[in-house]
Ligand binder design. Structure first.
Ligand SMILES: NC(=O)c1ccc[n+]([C@@H]2O[C@H](COP(=O)([O-])OP(=O)(O)OC[C@H]3O[C@@H](n4cnc5c(N)ncnc54)[C@H](O)[C@@H]3O)[C@@H](O)[C@H]2O)c1
Length: 385
């Protein structure tokens, strides 16, 4: 089997999810090119080595530039905070690597435009990891929309809610600093919802948005000890300003005339990772909730009156996308499987010399909408895209 070497940069939350996928995808899926876990990179050698030993990376590195400079690395996986995406991706593309990049693509539209332009010119496979697109139930929603089952779409109603910073003692991790995260949940979470909406409904024509900040100052954490959702480690006793929004509620008009709403916050107690959407059309409706990710709710207006109601489709049949590689019907899959599906499609795109979506162009279009949303909130008016 043909192989290609992967260099992973960043080894905490996403580094772990990606390592799992690079490692196990070839065991479940028939892949023409097998990814080889060649080198993992992070700033602290001892911690990176422990990660490499645990997950099976062959080598470690503490300087990402050295990973890119290696001739034997074919794929760069960017699993670091947003402020590094642009520099690393640009260098990687210039060096002729395929790039698998975490979302949001960049800090802002200016960076994203440069990345999308270079990616298109490079002819290399470029991908932004909006993993939820590769949930089988989301793929089924797309199939049903394309088959006309929902008819003309009127509404998208999306929510992506979390609660991990409600505690005022939660420290100022990189996610809450504009110079490292670019945006708050608008970039972090609404980017995912927007990707799903662009996939399922289409492009956006204009946006209106409101944002809020509930806690404006927090303690600075010990960087070495903190990662996503584990920021309480290593309080330094110093304080800094929160420079991104805590919540963003955005409404959009899609180019096809549908209306959409996107709610996102990290201040919704009890909502841990509540990624939810509803789609309403002339023939019926679809509802998805990540907490029940193996299911798709479907309402069919053409059912006889006495039978009308939402039905639950258990999306675990062999005919559902990706499922036949996993388990028999009814043997549910989870969050980590979406990452495997992304890796499989990414390697397939390299093998066939085709595109994978969402690519850097999609990531750029998303940032255009997200940024317009924040501008709308600041200026109190609707912004055209
Ligand atoms: N697809 C998803 O659902 C999803 C979920 C969470 C995060 N993300 C995205 O993934 C990216 C990483 O987020 P995370 O939650 O894994 O963050 P994290 O804080 O858990 O991990 C960040 C990693 O980056 C490393 N890093 C930071 N600066 C570095 C440098 N200069 N050189 C090398 N390594 C460096 C850190 O050591 C750490 O390993 C972000 O862009 C985030 O938006 C995506």
């Amino acid at each position: 089997m043909k192989t290609m070497n992967v260099g992973l940069i960043g080894y905490k939350f996403m580094g772990k999810a990606h390592s799992n996928a690079w490692r196990n995808s070839p065991l479940f899926f028939d892949m023409n090119i097998k990814p080889v876990m060649k080198v993992v990179c992070g700033r602290h050698a001892e911690a990176v080595q422990a990660f490499a030993d645990r997950w099976g990376w062959e080598e470690i590195e503490t300087d990402w530039k050295k990973v890119i400079a290696r001739d034997d690395i074919d794929i760069i996986d960017i699993s670091v905070p947003q402020h590094l995406h642009h520099t690393i991706a640009m260098e990687a593309l210039k060096a002729g690597k395929h790039v698998f990049c975490e979302k949001p693509l960049a800090m802002n539209l200016t960076q994203a435009k440069e990345m999308a332009a270079l990616a298109a010119k490079s002819g290399k496979v470029n991908y932004v990891n909006h993993n939820y697109r590769r949930c089988p139930a989301v793929q089924l929603a797309k199939q049903m929309i394309d088959e006309g089952k929902i008819g003309t779409i009127f509404h998208w109603r999306g929510a992506y809610l979390q609660d991990w910073i409600v505690d005022p003692d939660f420290p100022l991790t990189w996610h809450l600093q504009a110079d490292r995260a670019g945006m708050g949940p608008q970039g972090d979470l609404n980017s995912h919802s927007l990707d799903l909406a662009r996939f399922l409904i289409g492009d956006v024509a204009s946006v209106n948005c409101m944002t809020a900040n509930f806690i404006t100052e927090r303690v600075l954490p010990d960087e070495a000890a903190s990662g996503t959702f584990s920021g309480t480690a290593g309080d330094t006793g110093k304080k800094g300003k929160v420079t991104v929004e805590d919540a963003a509620f955005m409404t959009v008009r899609f180019k096809n005339g549908a209306l959409g709403s996107f709610e996102t916050t990290r201040f919704a107690p009890g909502r841990k990772n509540y990624n939810y959407f509803e789609i309403y059309g002339s023939k019926g409706s679809l509802v998805f909730n990540l907490e029940r990710m193996n299911e798709l709710q479907y309402f069919n207006r053409e059912d006889p009156d006495y039978q009308q109601g939402f039905k639950t489709i258990l999306v675990t049949e062999g005919v559902h996308k990706y499922i036949s590689a996993w388990w028999p019907a009814g043997h549910i899959i989870g969050y980590e499987h979406e990452f495997h599906h992304a890796v499989v499609d990414f390697m397939d795109a390299i093998d066939k010399g085709i595109d994978i979506r969402p690519n850097f162009e999609d990531g750029m279009k998303e940032l255009e909408i997200l940024e317009a949303g924040l501008k709308s909130a600041a200026e109190g008016r609707e912004i055209s895209i």
